[in-house]
Ligand binder design. Structure first.
Ligand SMILES: Nc1ncnc2c1ncn2[C@@H]1O[C@H](COP(=O)(O)OP(=O)(O)O)[C@@H](O)[C@H]1O
Ligand SMILES: [Mg+2]
Length: 270
């Protein structure tokens, strides 16, 4: 990596961003520049992410939508350090992170990035309480504090009385709420969610939508990958992802969209 990481403007207000960004001057929790990722599997290489620029402001709720295979999960995995980009840069709170190794990304995910997945990924042989407390304990929080955080979150998520249950004894919707509690227990500045309602019924989907909206209203920054229009409509910005690229990027309050626009979507369908 020959480029030096930029100084965060929050730390040094006179610092100039090294390149113009849609959010220059505003607090970007997450910024990515020209991210590229190709998967090499059995058949032809899959060019999952083909040059993505993205900036997410503090407190924003961004939904990324697009057809299956568009590269949404790959993008989210790159942003959360679960996969490495072939090229491109990522900044988290103004700090460059794309050069981090596994161990350092694991620390980031413990402290600064909460992630929820379609299939919850709870530890099946740990109780609900232990699943939620574990990331707090791993981050060095005292057991008393971890318990207090867990109690508050589970109460908030309507899971009182389920502390001693094992994940397998809960409904899908309940398991996803536990996964949300686990992702949020360390108060991460950024929550990444990949199809969090993808395996839930409509009641579970409504529940997840309501909870994400509630955390967003309290200031949680969220990047949500979903093909569910109901979930996406809870966001305040919707990015359409197509063939590894951002085809449209629109604020839901009616602000004119950036990016290629709808005509761009059609042009990309070669
Ligand atoms: N680990 C992998 N190995 C090989 N190909 C992959 C892998 N992950 C994803 N892909 C391919 O990359 C493309 C984008 O996949 P993905 O990011 O999962 O899209 P989406 O989440 O939008 O459905 C698809 O063609 C998919 O088959
Ligand atoms: Mg996916």
């Amino acid at each position: 990596m020959s480029r030096t990481p930029p100084v965060s403007r929050a730390e040094n207000p006179s610092a100039r961003p090294e390149s113009p960004s849609p959010c220059a001057g505003e607090a970007a929790v997450l910024r990515a520049e020209n991210l590229v990722k190709t998967h090499y599997g059995e058949g032809a290489p899959a060019r999952a992410v083909r040059g993505v620029d993205l900036s997410v402001r503090r407190g924003e709720f961004v939904a990324v939508t697009g057809p299956s295979g568009a590269g949404k999960s790959t993008l989210l995995h790159l942003l959360g350090g679960l996969q490495r980009p072939d090229s491109g840069s990522i900044w988290l709170d103004g700090v460059r992170t794309d050069g981090y190794g596994e161990a350092r990304w694991a620390v980031e995910r413990r402290r600064r990035i909460g992630i929820v997945f379609q299939f919850f990924n709870l530890v099946s042989n740990l109780s609900v309480a232990d699943n939620v407390e574990l990331p707090a304990l791993l981050a060095g929080v005292s057991s008393k504090q971890a318990r207090a955080e867990r109690e508050q979150l589970l109460a908030e998520l309507g899971l009182q009385g389920k502390e001693r249950s094992m994940p397998g004894e809960l409904s899908g919707g309940e398991q996803q709420r536990v996964a949300l509690a686990r992702a949020l227990v360390n108060h991460p500045p950024l929550l990444l969610a990949d199809e969090p309602a993808g395996s839930l019924d409509s009641k579970g989907t409504r529940e997840v939508t309501r909870l994400l909206s509630r955390f967003h209203q309290r200031g949680q920054t969220i990047v949500l990958v979903t093909h569910d229009a109901r979930l996406a409509s809870a966001a305040d910005r919707v990015i359409s992802f197509f063939d590894g690229r951002i085809a449209d990027d629109a604020e839901l309050d009616g602000t004119p969209s950036r990016g290629l626009g709808i005509s761009g979507v059609l042009e990309l369908k070669d």
